[in-house]
Each structure stands twice: as C-alpha cells, then as structure tokens.
Write a protein that binds this ligand. Structure first.
Ligand code: XMP
Length: 314
C-alpha cells in the first residue's frame, strides 16, 4: 500500500456513509482491532461502542493495560469479564479447530449480548487478509479457523463491516502509525488468545502456568534486545504442551509440564522463520520458568519455520 493517507481518508468517508446507527466493535487491544476501532471512531465517534472482553486467555496484566489504552484513545468503552463463561465452554475440549470455533462462537454471543444492550445494528471486525485466506476464504485449504471468521453464526443479527479486510499485517501497522497509535509496533496476538497456546484442555490452572511462562519469555527477549544481544523478533511467546515428562527437583522425581519457547521473524505472518535467540537468553528463560512455575520441568526451543510449521501451535 503506497498511499496510507489516501486509504485512511477513503475508509473514513466510506464508514461515515455506511454506518447509520450504532456500531459495536470487539477490541482486543491488538494491532488489527485497535486500528479498526480508531478508524471507525474517527468516522462515527460516540456511536461506536467498543467492547473489550476478558476471555480468561489474556496475557499477564493485559486486561488492565488494554482498558487504559482504549480509554486513552477516547473510545466509548464497555468492559466485560467473561472468563468464567469461556473456561466453562472449553471444558474438556482438546481439538484445536473445535477450540477456535467455540471461542469464536462465544465471542459473538458476548458481543450480541452487549449489542442488544446498546441497540447496535452493525458489527465492526478487525479481520485482515490472512485471517480469511487461511480460513479457506479463497480456493485454499482451511489451515486454521481464525476466531474472527470461523465463529460467525450463519444468521448474523448484525451487519458486518470489516474496514481492514484487504490489508496485510505490515499494511495495518502503517495505518496504525499514520493514526498515531502506540500499538503500531506491538507483536501480534491471536484472537483466541492463550487458549491456542495451551495445547490440550485450556483450563484456568493450565492457562495460569502458561501466562507466567509467556510473561517471562517476553520480558527476557525484550531485555536481550534492549541490551543489543539480539534483534526483537516479530513474535515471541510460550506454548504449553499436553506432554508430561520426568524431571527431578532436589532429590525427588517430578512428573511435570513442558513449555516450548517460540520466536519468529516474519513480515505478514504468512511465512516465518525461527529467530536465532542467543543461547544464554534461552538458558535464562528455562531457569526462570522452571523456578517460578513448579509445574514445569522442561523448557524446549522450537526451530521450525513456517512452512511447514505455523506460527502458533494450534
Ligand atoms: P499462524 O499460526 O496461522 O499465525 O501461522 C499467523 C499469525 O496470525 C496470528 N493468529 C491469529 N490472529 N486471530 C487473529 O487475529 C486468530 O485466530 C489467529 N490465529 C493466529 C498468529 O499469532 C500469527 O501472528
């Protein structure tokens, strides 16, 4: 995209014409949905209701951080803590596609509830091109049902508007920068959140373990990049495997969880390469994770590129 200003102006004009009543947007505080919210907010102001849902699958401190950010942008914010509902809906679910579909469906249910309260007739989504391409939107296989695509019920009560539908991630960032949004440089975070990084059943307890590990990975890699020990990867996080292995703590055998560290370089998420993280950084991550979360006895590093691996494990 060469003319970012042109895209922004045209989008705002179109949104002003298209949206007559009240619109609602699900904003996660990520690059895509926040950029979509900012665009629509410029077009219709207070008539846009921004819903931020705590699904229980957010990162450490994220709920507070995002609420502050969205309020700071002058958005009309409605916060919903739906974590209990989400944990309940995913009870016993281990299949990645079922997880994604259930989460998508839950999102829509929560939004429709909020939309009814404010009498919204338009649903804004921050869907970007890879979301629907990888969800089988073109003549390609379904790789993953991205939550903002796969979860849509067949009969939507609201009209769907997707202002970023034709853009790739790097283009969305350009738009975000143009709009002066501080989230422009944030690493991507999948819509279904930590639920697709807790392989197997994404219970509250297992998610708590992963949340801590993820925070350590982010902190250590960011500090290493600040020291100049490595470049900041495009995306970096932890994954909790459904595989237990034998460890030893003190003199005692322990049979515990496995954490994978994943860090990749990419431009638009369609392809990616495993990032070279310096060994001492990985070692520190391993020591910190096993010290802070006694459930974990093993930490491994994923060296797979995309393709054939995807960035997220589910
Ligand atoms: P994969 O795992 O498919 O991920 O290689 C490519 C990029 O997309 C992010 N991702 C998602 N983003 N909704 C989103 O908005 C989703 O359901 C979703 N799943 C994956 C992923 O984090 C990576 O940046």
């Amino acid at each position: 995209m060469k003319d970012v200003a042109g895209f922004v102006n045209q989008s705002i004009e179109k949104l002003m014409k298209d949206i007559e009543g009240t619109a609602i947007i699900a904003c996660s505080g990520g690059v895509d949905s926040t950029t979509a919210a900012a665009l629509v907010n410029t077009a219709i102001g207070e008539r846009l209701v921004t819903v931020f849902v705590d699904t229980g699958y957010l990162r450490k401190g994220e709920s507070e951080r995002v609420q502050e950010l969205l309020k700071g942008m002058g958005l009309n914010l409605h916060f919903v803590d739906a974590s209990d509902e989400f944990y309940k809906a995913l009870r016993g679910v281990t299949d990645p596609e079922r997880k994604r579909k259930i989460i998508g469906g839950m999102f829509i249910k929560v939004f429709e509830r909020e939309a009814e309260k404010v009498d919204a007739d338009t649903l804004i989504q921050g869907t970007i091109a890879p979301d629907w391409i990888e969800s089988g939107g073109q003549l390609r296989d379904v790789i993953k049902s991205h939550h903002n695509v796969g979860g849509l019920p067949e009969e939507m009560k609201m009209r769907l508007v997707e202002p970023l539908r034709d853009l790739y991630k790097d283009e969305v960032r350009k738009v975000a920068r143009h709009l002066g949004l501080e989230i422009a440089e944030r690493q991507p975070f999948p819509g279904p959140g930590l639920a697709v990084r807790v392989l197997g059943e994404a219970t509250r307890e297992r998610t708590t373990v992963l949340r801590e590990a993820c925070a350590i990975v982010e902190e250590e890699i960011e500090q290493a990049a600040e020291r100049g020990d490595c470049e900041i990867p495009w995306q970096y996080f932890a994954v909790l495997l459904p595989v237990k292995s034998v460890g030893v703590r003190g003199d005692v055998r322990s049979y515990g969880e496995t954490i994978v560290v994943r860090a990749v370089g990419s431009l638009d998420g369609m392809t990616a390469s495993a990032s070279p993280i310096p060994h001492p950084v990985l070692e520190r991550i391993g020591i910190r994770i096993t010290n802070t979360t006694p459930e974990v006895v093993r930490v491994v590093y994923d060296v797979t590129h995309k393709p054939p691996g995807t960035i997220e494990w589910e």
